[in-house]
Design a protein around this ligand. Structure first.
Ligand SMILES: Cc1cc2nc3c(=O)[nH]c(=O)nc-3n(C[C@H](O)[C@H](O)[C@H](O)COP(=O)(O)OP(=O)(O)OC[C@H]3O[C@@H](n4cnc5c(N)ncnc54)[C@H](O)[C@@H]3O)c2cc1C
Length: 319
């Protein structure tokens, strides 16, 4: 478990120190170049924990930008019952799970009250029917004038009737990266290895709330057009329009943002730290923004560019 990046008197990286999970002791590894790929929050944590006289605010954090602009995708969902899918033919398979439809943003933001956009993922299929508190196959009878509840043949008939007739839609959107959404070192808590952990300061703004409200209106439009019936309540303002808590869509990025200006960014276009030229960050940390789509392909593409840059820089003896 990496604890920190070690540095020399010039403030350059000399390697890392880590806790061996077997004997729980701390060891050092020497390196000419350090590449962090511990995920956006973990790399920020390692850097913020790497304090020295040259880097009193954490490694390469003279700008105080590390940990800031943390952002995750937005997410909100709705479920429908589709009467036309009742009594459908069943197959010995579960159907498609979380399907992404390739749908570039289709609306004109000038006519909307929020920036950027979102996509919609569709799910459903022949999942195992359930019965009991919360949701059961028989509950759907209330939408078609039938009787809810029952055992034996009635329940078996209900399960067959409603099997595969429920689908859901999940919006995943771009949120606006903000400086005041950040993670920082928690001064009072360490993990089981004795390494200080992160704490998080993150709120949604009206950009995301209005986007989620729009998502739900779109969900209902889709539902109406497929002849569906919405299940559950449409979440309103009091519930932030169903926005899941930040971090729930697990696309956290932005903590070591990329840029040309060392005062407002942590790494350059090669994901090389402005203040420590032999340290690179190749996870989602350098993202300045994140479109509504999932981040991993872009993380890979940027890492590739960084790898080529490191080889060139080593050949030129710059690092
Ligand atoms: C359930 C789930 C589903 C997802 N689905 C998708 C998807 O469909 N498409 C998509 O694009 N993205 C998806 N994501 C997001 C995607 O997984 C991440 O964006 C991506 O894995 C980030 O890559 P990474 O290399 O930066 O970090 P990670 O894949 O998290 O790798 C970081 C590694 O560093 C290790 N590490 C962390 N800290 C330390 C330390 N201090 N010392 C030593 N090692 C350390 C971790 O154990 C881990 O192995 C999903 C995420 C989750 C959780």
């Amino acid at each position: 478990m990496v604890k920190e990046v070690t540095t020399n008197s010039e403030g350059l990286a000399t390697g890392i120190s880590y806790i061996n999970k077997v004997d729980r002791k701390e060891y050092a590894l020497k390196a000419k170049t350090v590449v962090l790929a511990a995920s956006a929050c973990s790399s920020a944590r390692i850097l913020l924990n790497s304090k020295s006289s040259q880097h009193p605010n954490g490694l390469g954090n003279g700008s105080d930008m590390i940990g800031r602009y943390l952002h995750d995708s937005t997410g909100s969902s709705r479920t429908f019952f589709i009467p036309d899918l009742m009594n459908r033919k069943t197959y010995n398979e579960d159907g498609v799970g979380g399907m992404h439809i390739y749908s570039p943003w289709w609306l004109d933001n000038k006519k909307l009250d929020f920036p950027r956009g979102y996509h919609i993922e569709v799910w459903g299929g022949l999942n195992m029917p359930s019965y009991g508190f919360g949701f059961g196959a028989s509950d759907l009878n209330k939408y078609i004038g039938g009787t809810v509840g029952g055992y034996g043949d009635k329940l078996r008939e209900d399960v067959k009737k409603f099997y595969g007739s429920v689908m859901g839609v999940s919006g995943r959107g771009e949120c606006i990266a903000r400086k005041d959404n950040y993670c920082e070192i928690d001064p009072t808590t360490v993990d089981e290895w004795g390494i200080p952990v992160l704490r998080f300061n993150y709120t949604w703004s009206d950009h995301e709330r209005k986007q989620a409200r729009h998502m739900h209106n779109t969900f209902e439009e889709i539902m109406y057009n497929v002849g569906g019936v919405a299940l559950g309540e449409k979440p309103g303002a009091e519930k932030d329009y169903g926005l899941l808590n930040p971090g729930r869509i697990i696309h956290e990025v932005g903590t070591t943002r990329m840029g040309n200006d060392p005062r407002t960014s942590v790494v350059n276009q090669y994901q090389q730290m402005h203040e420590v030229k032999n340290v690179f960050v190749v996870d989602g940390g350098p993202f300045v923004s994140q479109a509504d789509k999932n981040p991993t392909w872009t993380i890979l593409a940027l890492s590739w560019r960084t790898s080529e840059h490191i080889i060139n820089q080593v050949k030129q003896q710059n690092i």
